[in-house]
Design a protein around this ligand. Structure first.
Ligand SMILES: Nc1ncnc2c1ncn2[C@@H]1O[C@H](COP(=O)(O)OP(=O)(O)OP(=O)(O)O)[C@@H](O)[C@H]1O
Length: 277
């Protein structure tokens, strides 16, 4: 009787897909138990009916494999995510360096491309860590030798991204972070298209941004005027970015967390970006 019941269950389209004509044997315990306890409560088993031994996990898996016609593999269901190029940009004084320095502490496996610049070193800056500080002549020869992915004259000083660093990091499979001003981001968008992720940093308000620049005490009054006037214009370029992150006063950690969340979201994209340099 029990076997007959099992056979009738095996034909049920609720339990087995139509494409599978007969059930996998030995019949999995979970499939056996539920209907038995429900429908056999008033039923008396005869002494000759012996319980079928439960299949082991391995037997169940083998049975499933044999029905599907191929073994299960332990290789990842999806390939590892692609490498990312994350471009962090924003108006002067918004906190690009501050965010990037914190991100450096928070994430180990990111390569922060060190920009070459002809501007003088500010107090506390380290050559080779914050920037490669080079003379104007050295910078211009890098341009001539096509060593820079992108360069620009920003507030009277040159800034550019050395190609070699990007190629070396990419060959190691690292994700890359680039820190550029808005002008640089516009150029990079033309070069990299949607293969890179563009993040626009903003202060919570214009006055907050100006205060930050004034407090930094690294610009003269005239330089401040140019930077603030330019910043007003630059916010208009927001549309060509992928993400915007507000770096509010005293909330630097929140801004860094948001940038990290963007990286995590990008790593989880179904359609991954493919970097072409
Ligand atoms: N969330 C924040 N709260 C308070 N101060 C901040 C915050 N973020 C950055 N700062 C401070 O604001 C000043 C400007 O920041 P930072 O130098 O990082 O800006 P930047 O965007 O890199 O500027 P630039 O493009 O001119 O180099 C710094 O003194 C920095 O410590």
């Amino acid at each position: 009787m029990f076997h007959r019941f099992c056979s009738s269950l095996s034909r049920s389209s609720i339990i087995f897909p139509k494409s599978i004509k007969s059930p996998p044997f030995p019949f999995p315990r979970s499939l056996r138990r539920t209907p038995l306890t429900l429908s056999f409560s008033s039923f008396k088993m005869s002494d000759t009916d012996k319980p079928i031994p439960s299949p082991t996990k391995q037997e169940t898996i083998r049975s499933l494999e044999s029905h599907l016609g191929s073994p299960f593999t332990s290789s990842p269901i999806i390939p590892p995510p692609n490498q990312l190029i994350i471009v962090i940009s924003g108006p002067s004084g918004v906190g690009k360096d501050a965010v990037i320095n914190k991100l450096r502490e928070a994430r180990e496996h990111l390569h922060f491309v060190v920009t070459a610049t002809s501007r003088p070193m500010r107090p506390g800056e380290v050559d080779g860590k914050d920037y490669f500080f080079v003379t104007r002549d050295d910078f211009l020869s890098m341009v001539e030798n096509e060593e820079l992915l992108e360069y620009a004259l920003v507030y009277g000083e040159y800034k550019g991204i050395p190609k070699r660093q990007i190629r070396e990091s990419m060959s190691k499979g690292e994700d890359i972070v680039l820190r550029v001003d808005i002008q640089g981001a516009q150029t990079l968008r033309k070069i990299l298209g949607s293969s890179a992720v563009f993040v626009f940093l903003v202060a919570e308000s214009e006055v907050a941004m100006v205060e930050r620049l004034v407090d930094r005490k690294t610009e003269s009054h005239e330089e401040l005027l140019v930077r603030v006037a330019t910043a007003r214009e630059e916010v208009r370029h927001l549309k060509s970015f992928d993400y915007v992150v507000v770096n509010a006063k005293g909330r630097l950690d929140d801004a860094v967390r948001r940038v990290e969340a963007i990286i995590d979201a990008e790593k989880s994209r179904v359609h991954q970006r493919v970097v072409r340099i």
